[in-house]
Each structure stands twice: as C-alpha cells, then as structure tokens.
Design a protein around this ligand. Sequence first.
Ligand SMILES: [Zn+2]
Length: 256
Amino acid sequence: MLSVTSLLAQERIKIYDAQVGQRILVYADNPDLFPYTIRLQIDQTGLDTNKPMPEFVVLPGNEKRFVIATFYIKRNIPWKVNYKFQYMEGDANAVHNDDYVYQLPFKEGRYMMSQGYNGPSTHQGVNALDFTMPEGEIIVAARNGKVVMVKEDSDRGCPSDDCLTDGNFVRILHDDGTIAEYHHLQLNGAIVKLGDIVEQGQEIGKCGDTGYATGPHLHFTVFKTDGIRQITIKTKFKYQHNKIGFLKPGMMYSAF
Ligand SMILES: [Zn+2]
C-alpha cells in the first residue's frame, strides 16, 4: 500500500511509483525548466533501502521518470510504504560562485539602489536589491544563463500583499545552479522567452510596477533553496569606474 501527500497546494511536479521486479521505484516528473528540491518523509515496513535516505533530492529541470527513491521488497514479508513530500523551486546542491562579478541590470542611465540586502521595507531577511528606474527602461542580464521562467501577463500592481502574486518576472538559471529573478516587469515586458540562453548584458525585459510595488523599479535577487525555504544570496557587482563590490542602499549607480 502506498499513499502520497503533497504539502504544497499547487502541484507542479508529479511523484508516483512502480514495482519493477523486487524493487519499488519512486519517480518524479518536472515539466519546468528549473530544478526543484524535494524532501521525502518515508514511513515504511517490510522494505529495505540500500543506503540511508538522503535528506533531499534535487530534481533537474525538464525531467520525466527521474528516480528519487528505491526500496527493495524482502522475500515473503508483507510490506507497506507511505510517504509525504514537500518541494521548493531551486537546487539545494547549488554552490554560488561568490567570485562572479555581476553586471548592473541596466545599460544606460544612473539609478538609485533604493533598498538593499535585509532592507527595512520589504527585504527583511531577504538578500534582494531594488533599483528605482522609469517604466519601460530596458533591463539586461546581470549574469549569463538560461531563461527558465517568464511571467508577463499581469498589469496589476499595488503597495500591499494583495498584489504579491501579480508581479511579472524573468528567471535565469546560472551554471552554478543558482537562479536570478528580475521582478516587477511591465505588462508583456519580457524580451526573452523560455529556454533562451542569455549572455551578461543582453536585453531581457522592461521595467514596470507590477506586483507588490509603490512605483516602477527592478527587484533583483539570486537564490537557491534547502528544500524548505528560499535562500537568497549576496552578489558582487561591477559599477562606475570599474569598481567591484557589494552595492549600498541610497547610492546612485551607473553601469559604465
Ligand atoms: Zn524589492
């Protein structure tokens, strides 16, 4: 007997099992281009695992029948297994390359970084940066990667939780497994599409004020996960006069 309980309301990945000979294989399908980290809670009798169950399993993007657990049936012993799982977007095995120098996410102009890491307004406990920029200003990729998620169908924004899920954004997967999010894009404000490979400095979107926003700005964050929560990461930037370092809130920055 086998039962599955997801702790998330909205299913993106599918988890299922099959008996193959004397084994029970647990599979996962991921229709999205980015990885998920899955934590399984197993309750079983009469079965063997050949090694201790890992704390979590990383399910790569765009996978079908990816084996996340294997059990062995013992001869002549009745067995049962129940499992619960939870999962989060992102790769718990990702190790951010802290030496990587990010480019400012705009080409021209000189803009204020209005809220920084662990900022007092909406960044408490979050390593995110806000750049105050005009509506429609071109946003460029801060780092090379692959476009793994695009939302651009919203024209709604307001300064409250009511609009939290209305933000348009582009997400780019980096080669170290971390993901950058460029948030609050305007309606139809994505210049790239799912699966595109982008280079640092390439145009990816247009600034807007969709989602939880008081006005047009770009919210930029790089994240991974541990399977339970999102882990956001501080990143170094190159800015005016070829300086390199972490940005400070309230300062004006130009890309070149
Ligand atoms: Zn923000």
